[in-house]
Design a binder for this molecule. Structure first.
Ligand code: SF4
Length: 160
C-alpha cells in the first residue's frame, strides 16, 4: 500500500494535527490529566453525559485506521533512517497506541478524540467498500465546510 504522506512527513503530520486541535476539538492536550473543560465541551456538543463522552475516543472511531499495512507505514515513518537495532519506533507506537486518522490525515492517539468522532472503529482490517464510501462522504462534508469557510473569509477580506 502507498503510505499516506502524513505518516512519512512529520511537518505535514503536525500541520494536520494542529488543524484538528484548532478546528475540530482534537484533544485533550494530555489524556492522562483530567480535563473537565474539554470533556464538558464534547458532552455538550454530542448531547450526552460526560461519562458517555469519555467512551468516545479515537481508539473506537471508525476513522481510526490500525490495519497492519497502516501500522507498518506509521512505524517506518517514525523509524526513518534508524536501523532496526537502534529504533524505538515500535515502542513509541505501542505506548501512544497510535493510528491514522483518515478523516483529517494525521497520526492520532487512541486516548484522544475530536468533534467528528464516528461510531464503529477502530479499523483493523482492510476496509470494506461500504466503510470506504462512508469515510469518503464524511471527509467530503468537512472539506466542503472548509471551502465554504474560506469563501466567506475571502468575501469579508478576513484572514483564515
Ligand atoms: S475523526 Fe476519529 S480518529 Fe480522527 S481525530 Fe477525530 S476521533 Fe480521532
Amino acid at each position: 500500500m502507498k503510505c499516506p504522506i502524513a505518516t512519512q512527513d512529520i511537518h505535514i503530520n503536525l500541520k494536520n494535527r494542529n488543524k484538528a486541535f484548532k478546528e475540530y476539538g482534537y484533544g485533550p492536550a494530555n489524556p492522562e490529566i483530567e480535563d473537565d473543560e474539554f470533556w464538558n465541551a464534547r458532552a455538550k456538543e454530542w448531547n450526552t453525559s460526560v461519562d458517555n463522552a469519555k467512551t468516545m475516543r479515537c481508539g473506537n472511531c471508525s476513522a481510526f485506521i490500525q490495519t497492519p499495512d497502516m501500522m507498518e507505514c506509521i512505524i517506518s515513518g517514525i523509524q526513518g533512517e534508524e536501523s532496526d537495532d537502534e529504533t524505538y519506533a515500535n515502542e513509541v507506537v505501542d505506548e501512544a497506541d497510535l493510528g491514522y486518522c483518515e478523516l483529517f490525515e494525521f497520526k492520532c492517539a487512541a486516548d484522544r478524540t475530536c468533534s467528528a468522532w464516528l461510531v464503529g472503529g477502530p479499523i483493523t482490517e482492510p476496509m470494506t467498500s461500504k466503510q470506504k464510501a462512508m469515510l469518503k462522504f464524511a471527509k467530503m462534508d468537512y472539506e466542503e465546510e472548509e471551502d465554504e469557510d474560506s469563501g466567506m473569509d475571502e468575501e469579508s477580506g478576513e484572514e483564515s
